[in-house]
Design a protein around this ligand. Structure first.
Ligand code: FAD
Length: 260
C-alpha cells in the first residue's frame, strides 16, 4: 500500500481567439480597445461583461458617460454586484490524481457548471492500493497500525481474488470487466483514484468556498486549498477578493462576495 496526497494538474483553460476578438471590436467601432488583464480568462470575462452595456469606452452607448478602467477594477465590480453569469465564460480543466473515492463522491455533487470524467474501476483493475491517511489516523500510532494493516489485507484480497478467478489468463475483455467490477466491491472507499474535472469560474468560486469550509471533509479541503493557490496566482483579478484563514492546519478560503 502507498500513502498519498491529492494532486492537482491544470491541463487546460480558455484561450482568446485574437482575430475573432479584434474583428468584433472593429465591428462595434472600438478597434483600439485593450485591457491590462493578466490572463486570457480574465480578458474574455471582461469582454463578455462589457458587451452587455457596450461599456468599452464612454459614449459608445450614449447612456454610458463613464466606464471603469482596467481589468482588476472591472472584475472586482462584477464580483461585488454578483453578476456571476459573466464568470461562466472562462473554463478550466483539471485532473485530480491520488484522490479517494470519498473525495470524488463529494465532488460530483457539484453539478452546475462542471464536467466530469472519472477513472473506471470496472475497467482499471486494482493492484496496489493507495490511500490518504487523515490526521486522526496519522496522529495515533495504534490507529495508523490498524489502518495500514487493513489496507494491506484488502490489497492482498485483490490479489487472492485475481488468482481464484484466473483473471490474468482471461482473454475476453468483457469477462475481465465483470471480474474487475466484482473485485472492486471489496476495495475501501478511501482508495485513491483519478478524476478529470472541468468547471467554469463561477462554479469554481462556489466549490472553493464550500469545500475549504472547516465543515467540509479534510481531504477535499486539502484538495481545494491547492486548487485555490493555483487559481489565485493564475487569475488574481477573479480570486482577489478572498481571504484565507487557517483552520485545523488547512486553508479556509472566504469572501464577503460568496456564491456570485
Ligand atoms: C460540509 C458539507 C456537508 C455535506 N453533507 C451532505 C450530506 O450529509 N448529505 C448529502 O446528501 N449531501 C451533503 N453535502 C452535499 C451538498 O448537499 C451539495 O449537494 C453539494 O455541496 C453540492 O452543492 P450545490 O447544491 O450548491 O450544487 P452545485 O451543483 O455546486 O450548484 C451550485 C448552485 O447552483 C444552483 N443549483 C444547482 N443545481 C440546481 C438545481 N437542480 N435546481 C436549482 N438550483 C440549482 C444552487 O444555487 C447551487 O447552490 C454536503 C456538502 C458540504 C459542503
Amino acid at each position: 500500500m502507498k500513502v498519498v496526497e491529492p494532486k492537482v494538474f491544470l491541463v487546460g483553460e480558455t484561450r482568446v481567439h485574437e482575430g475573432g476578438l479584434q474583428a468584433y471590436l472593429e465591428h462595434i467601432g472600438v478597434a483600439s480597445w485593450g485591457t491590462d488583464a493578466p490572463s486570457d480568462v480574465e480578458r474574455l470575462t471582461e469582454v463578455m461583461g462589457r458587451l452587455c452595456y457596450r461599456s468599452f469606452e464612454p459614449g459608445l452607448n450614449p447612456n454610458v458617460k463613464r466606464v471603469r478602467q482596467g481589468n482588476a477594477k472591472y472584475l472586482e465590480n462584477i464580483i461585488r454586484v454578483r453578476h456571476g453569469s459573466v464568470l461562466e465564460h472562462g473554463v478550466m480543466n483539471f485532473i485530480f490524481a491520488d484522490v479517494s473515492r470519498v473525495v470524488t463522491h463529494e465532488l460530483v455533487r457539484h453539478r452546475a457548471g462542471t464536467a466530469i470524467s472519472q477513472e473506471s474501476l470496472r475497467f482499471v483493475r486494482l493492484e496496489e492500493l493507495s490511500v490518504y491517511a487523515p490526521t486522526q489516523i496519522r496522529e495515533s500510532e495504534e490507529g495508523m497500525e490498524v489502518f495500514v494493516r487493513t489496507i494491506e489485507q484488502l490489497e492482498e484480497l485483490q490479489r487472492t481474488l485475481a488468482e481464484i478467478y484466473g483473471i490474468e489468463d482471461e482473454q475476453e475483455f468483457d469477462a475481465k470487466k465483470k471480474l474487475t467490477s466484482a473485485f472492486r466491491r471489496v476495495a475501501p472507499i478511501g482508495v485513491a483514484t483519478t478524476i478529470g474535472w472541468s468547471c467554469n469560474i463561477r462554479a469554481l468560486r462556489h466549490v472553493v468556498e464550500m469545500r475549504t469550509d472547516p465543515h467540509a471533509e479534510e481531504e477535499i479541503r486539502l484538495l481545494f486549498g491547492k486548487v485555490f493557490d493555483l487559481v489565485r496566482e493564475r487569475y488574481p483579478n477573479l480570486f482577489g477578493d478572498y481571504e484565507v484563514e487557517t483552520v485545523d492546519g488547512l486553508p479556509w478560503v472566504k469572501t464577503a462576495c460568496g456564491k456570485v
